[in-house]
Design a protein around this ligand. Structure first.
Ligand code: 9MR
Length: 584
């Protein structure tokens, strides 16, 4: 029946013609769309009243639409037209053509269209594992020998204590490489773990069934939790058992060269304890405790040890509320100098809020709730490694109905403010050049801007949970479309997903191995007009400040805290596709 209808349409619409070459001026989600979801492409710097959806061989024209626009952002001279074909919902493979301009990358319309991405973005963490070989069975052509056993880590002089003097050797194996570099940072593990534990807590049914072919698959824990456990095991080792404090990071003194993990063997150190590290650690282990409580048969005792660790770190942070990690100052006092990522956060109010909230939810202990001011101001800051207040709000919302009555007023305030913020985010997106929340302001384009897009998506999904209003979910999906190609660069920013994807990503194993294809499922940092790497960029316009080159660690690196909201966004949308009508 469907075929017959398509044939009829094909006959009725005259051939679009004049579009015999692929053009990069049409930017579109290069993977595809759900049948019942919004579907939009952007056409850069070209005038046309109409557009067409055709089969990839251009033989059959199935849909004709009128363009809208032009639209532009205040920070860019580029004008776009928007091609909205949301009411075309026949499953299949297509291209979008514009007369006299050309046709787009092919894309698919199908239900479960983002399932491969949901899996790959999670599987990317397996590829970041250290202290274990990645055999062919799980890693395919990206298999590699073990790197970084981290069983002989030295206590740096900045971290020395009576019980653990400088030079003490400790063991802190496992964990994930933070990014394109080979170090592990507690602060950045915090938001990463919190975001992915939240994916579990919000969508247990979906993740309960999502298998990504890792060694632990089928052991009684869902793969998402198996993967999180790999990093949690490392994090637990970063706590000083003698005082509860947590080392800020485990690192080499300088970044390693362009080597495979097994070849990068410089001495590793744990450095200075910090309040930010203790609080990130406390939040993560408190959340882990309640999550693993439900899997006592598979990981006996883990929930208890996590909670003990969380409370111990919390006490340390309360006793040491202003121990900041200031690398330059530290280097004046201690040797060797440490030059790797600092993740130095000069304000830990939000970390206190997050840790207190997770501890409160897990223990029900009113003390935690009373220990912080949940609302230092009325803003709803989009999460980043140094701003985790919303992670607290998300968890409080999730457990709102189970919390004591005295918390109810605050949960109401969070609902109101988060929904208001979501309204601001989606306001006028239909007039934006790429029809996305991302990029409404130039301020979105920071180092790791793609994680801003993904985290805005999570804000909107929370607003959808609160209200059931599909406009918020649509906004989240539009930001996913942005990440997958409907943006000013025309890149789908996820390695291996889409047609024009980063091939020279700043990721040491992908660079140092002999394969042309980078490890799949990794999100590039994204456009960043700061251009702090000093590389040669094609443009200085904020939304075009991206270059697919190894040199560009400020726009083309990967990082666990950027991939995590992509895991959440793709998994959440996949999980919500049926309720929202996307898959119909
Ligand atoms: O994501 C971090 C970004 O917000 C900072 O501006 C930047 C410079 O300090 O560092 C980024 O984090 C890097 C970290 O320091 C080391 N590992 C790679 C991270 C991603 O570039």
């Amino acid at each position: 029946m469907l075929r017959a209808v398509l044939f009829l349409i094909a006959v009725l619409i005259p051939f679009s013609g004049f579009a015999q070459r692929r053009t990069e001026q049409i930017v579109i989600n290069q993977t595809g769309f759900y049948p019942g979801a919004p579907k939009v492409a952007a056409i850069k710097d070209f005038k046309s009243d109409s557009f067409f959806i055709t089969t990839p061989d251009l033989a059959d024209t199935l849909y004709k639409g009128a363009t809208k626009g032009p639209y532009s952002a205040e920070y860019s001279p580029v004008e776009t037209l928007l091609a909205d074909f949301s009411d075309f919902n026949a499953p299949g493979n297509y291209v979008l053509t514009v007369p006299y301009l050309g046709y787009s990358w092919p894309f698919e319309i199908t239900s479960e269209v983002h399932r491969p991405l949901a899996k790959a973005s999670l599987k990317s963490y397996y590829f970041q594992r250290m202290s274990v070989p990645l055999p062919y069975e799980y890693a395919g052509k990206w298999s590699r020998p073990e790197g970084h056993p981290d069983d002989r880590v030295m206590v740096h002089s900045s971290a020395a204590s009576d019980k653990r003097p400088e030079g003490t050797i400790i063991s802190a194996p496992k964990g994930w490489y933070d990014a394109g570099d080979y170090n592990k940072y507690i602060v950045n593990s915090g938001i990463t773990m919190g975001t992915m534990f939240s994916a579990w807590e919000d969508y247990p049914e979906y993740y309960g069934n999502l298998k990504v072919n890792i060694p632990e698959s089928g052991n009684g824990l869902p793969d998402l939790l198996n993967e999180l456990l790999w990093n949690l095991r490392w994090m637990l080792k970063m706590q000083d058992p003698y005082d509860g404090g947590v080392y800020h990071k485990l690192t080499t003194a300088s970044f390693e060269g362009r080597l495979m993990p097994a070849e990068a063997v410089s001495q590793r150190y744990v450095v200075q304890k910090s309040t930010a590290a203790a609080l990130n650690f406390a939040a993560v282990t408190a959340q882990a405790s309640r999550v693993f409580r439900n899997f006592e048969d598979v990981v006996p005792g883990l929930a208890d040890s996590c909670l003990k660790a969380a409370e111990y770190a919390w006490e340390w942070a309360r006793a040491n509320p202003e121990v900041y990690y200031r690398q330059n100052e530290m280097n004046k006092l201690h040797d060797p100098d440490i030059e790797t990522g600092a993740y130095g956060d000069g304000n830990v109010d939000d970390e206190f809020i997050w840790a207190a909230s997770e501890l409160f939810i897990t223990t029900g202990d009113e003390r935690y709730f009373r220990s912080v001011n949940l609302f230092p101001d009325t803003s709803m800051p989009v999460p980043s490694w140094n701003q985790v207040r919303l992670l607290a709000y998300y968890s409080l919302l999730r457990y709102g109905d189970d919390l004591p009555q005295y918390a109810a007023g605050n949960i109401e305030i969070i609902k109101i403010r988060l929904t208001r913020f979501a309204d601001e985010l989606i306001e006028n997106i239909e007039y934006q050049p790429y029809h996305a929340v991302m990029g409404k302001t130039a301020r979105d384009f920071v180092w790791g801007s793609n994680s801003v897009a993904a985290n805005q998506g999570i804000v909107l999904i929370n607003a959808y949970h609160i209200t059931g209003n599909r406009n918020y979910l649509d906004g989240a999906l539009h930001n996913l479309d942005y990440l997958l190609g409907r943006n000013a660069t025309g890149y789908s920013f996820v390695t291996g997903y889409g047609h024009k994807t980063p091939m020279n990503i700043h990721h040491r194993p992908s660079d140092a191995d002999i394969l042309p294809q980078p490890v799949p499922g990794l999100l590039a940092g994204g456009p960043n007009p700061g251009q702090q790497d000093g590389c040669d960029y094609p443009s200085s316009i904020p939304d075009e400040s991206f270059v697919d080159h190894w040199c560009s660690y400020a726009s083309n690196e990967i990082a666990i805290n950027w991939n995590a909201p992509l895991v959440y966004l793709s998994g959440a949308i996949e999980s919500l596709q049926f309720d929202s009508g996307y898959s119909d």
